[in-house]
Design a protein around this ligand. Structure first.
Ligand SMILES: [Zn+2]
Length: 179
């Protein structure tokens, strides 16, 4: 026989076997019950913790999904804005090119008109010069003709005087009365 302490109530008791832990069946049963309750409580706590963990995990996943979704949304929006900006840039470039082409065409037409205007002026000047030259030549011709005509008249005068003198000499040499 050996004196031992009950593991449940702590009282001293005399055990017949060395492996005995409790003073009575009641303490043994109560220990078993307490153990079961502890296990149950532990299980409940574990289940609760598991549920909390799961909830937290789900919440985290939802949050992550929301972040992911927002990210995708932002990326889509940015892509759409970029595409719009590119299209707008293309349209603006086309407009600018068209405008530049129109301006170039107008400038070309103006240049051509200016060239034609200058050519017309040159032509008119040349014609005016030609007319002046013709007028001068005509005046010169007229003067030359007048000069020739005067010379011929003088020649005729000389001839006429000569003829008159000869006539007089003939008359005188014929010994005839003159009148
Ligand atoms: Zn006991």
């Amino acid at each position: 026989m050996k004196i031992q302490l009950c593991e449940y109530c702590g009282k001293e008791f005399s055990a017949q076997r060395i492996s005995a832990k409790y003073c009575s069946n009641s303490c043994k049963t109560l220990t078993s019950k307490q153990k079961k309750e502890k296990e149950k409580a532990a299980l409940v706590a574990l289940t609760k913790q598991k549920a909390l963990d799961e909830q937290a995990y789900k919440a985290k996943q939802v949050k992550q999904a929301r972040i992911e979704k927002n990210k995708v949304k932002r990326e889509l929006k940015a892509a759409r804005e970029k595409e719009l900006a590119e299209q707008q840039a293309i349209i603006e470039k086309e407009l600018q090119e068209r405008e530049a082409a129109q301006l170039a065409e107008i400038a070309e037409k103006e240049q051509l008109a200016e060239k034609e205007r200058l050519e017309k002026i040159e032509k008119e000047k040349a014609e005016e010069k030609l007319r002046n030259q013709e007028r001068l030549e005509s005046v010169a011709r007229k003067k030359e003709n007048e000069r020739k005509f005067k010379y011929q008249l003088q020649l005729l005068e000389v001839i006429a005087v000569g003829a008159g003198v000869k006539y007089l000499i003939d008359l005188l040499s014929n010994d005839k009365p003159i009148f």
